[in-house]
Design a binder for this molecule. Structure first.
Ligand code: PEP
Ligand code: MN
Length: 343
């Protein structure tokens, strides 16, 4: 990673460093920050001659030589001071709450509009709503592109930014063109590297965030953080890690709650962690405790499924969505715990 003396390299300087690294089979990926741009060397950085030539340039302050499989997302990276903002919240400074329906029902949009207002009233900063759905059973509702309009209309009505899952490359453009603020990568696609790359490429020059769920099967920490690196490598490091329970399940819960992973992640990466307790335990009555446990373990935020009338919802909503009153109470308690931990 190249750190320039000034806030950014001039086009001529960028050309010069690019031509040096190209000689050694590497490329330069600028990571544009609000104040300063840093330049990741993509490729094998171990060539001493290349590093010496870069270090010798008068306009280079220093070269950050992090030996890590995820040099951008690494806690020791110069990006560690990068802050992700979503829904008026700077992650790490306040507890971020994402809430809303699992699945938008295109036949009954009013449930989603009412849910959107209700989660805002309950204290959510970001509205979630599934347009395209990864379903275990191929004969169940798979989502509908019409729901994208409903999602964005709910965003306009409430003023809340929205988070929604994209499952295929074609969804990315549709979601970004519609104005979705946070792209969710679901647990099933968390290791779909071509999708991760396509997302990274599509948001490289935007301030869109990505809520990257942890894959369904328990994998090493590095695998999760490296998945985030796939996206960040294209230049936008706004990747939020989202543990959501793994398999094998804990008998009785939908998955094995994995919110205890947060302190371990935080030893390795600066990326914020927003825990999804809904998919983790999979039953509304267990969700509030799981949400508080996540905060106790140091989560920077929560992503909770909620619906004005869960029984009338579709997808996961009948079994795991919180009613707005329970959501509100959970948010109040989660914030109290978060403040308690801070002071
Ligand atoms: C969801 O958020 O509704 C969802 C399907 O999540 P996951 O990928 O965690 O199962
Ligand atoms: Mn769901």
């Amino acid at each position: 990673m190249i750190l320039p003396k000034n806030n950014r390299l001039t086009p001529e300087q960028l050309n010069e460093v690019t031509s040096i690294v190209t000689e050694f089979g590497c490329q330069i990926q600028p990571i544009i920050g609000a104040i300063r741009t840093i330049y990741a060397i993509v490729g094998d950085e171990r060539d001493e001659l290349m590093m010496n030539r870069l270090e010798g340039l008068t306009y280079v302050d220093r070269i950050d030589r992090i030996q890590s499989p995820f040099k951008l997302m690494d806690k020791r990276s110069d990006l560690a001071s990068h802050r992700i903002k979503l829904g008026g919240i700077t992650l790490g400074e306040n507890l971020l709450i994402i809430a809303g329906a699992c699945t938008i029902d295109p036949k009954n949009p009013n449930y989603f509009y009412e849910t959107a207002h209700a989660v805002k009233e309950a204290g959510a900063h970001v509205l979630r709503g599934g347009v395209w759905k990864p379903r275990t059973n191929p004969y169940t509702f798979q989502g509908d592109v019409k729901s994208l309009d409903i999602l964005m209309e709910a965003s306009r009505r409430t003023g809340l930014p929205v988070d929604s899952e994209v499952m295929e490359e074609s969804h990315i453009k549709l979601a970004l063109d519609a104005g979705v603020h946070s792209l969710q990568v679901g647990a099933r696609n968390a290791l779909n590297y071509s999708l991760l790359r396509a997302i990274g490429r599509a948001i490289a020059e935007k301030d869109t965030a990505v809520l990257l769920k942890r894959s369904i099967h328990m994998g090493p920490l590095n695998e999760f953080i490296s998945a985030a690196e796939y996206i960040a490598a294209f230049g936008n490091p706004n990747v939020i890690l989202c543990p959501r329970g793994t398999t094998p399940t804990l008998d009785g819960y939908r998955n094995h709650p994995d919110e205890s992973i947060t302190p371990l992640l935080k030893e390795k990466t600066w990326a914020p962690v927003v825990v999804d307790p809904s998919h983790s335990v999979g039953k509304s009555s267990y969700v509030p405790a799981a949400a508080l446990a996540a905060v106790a373990y140091g989560a920077d935020g929560l992503c909770i499924e909620s619906h004005v009338e869960p029984a009338k919802g579709i997808g996961d909503d009948p079994k795991q969505a919180l009613t707005p009153d329970v959501l509100k109470k959970t948010i109040v308690q989660a914030k109290q715990l978060w403040n308690l931990k801070r002071n």
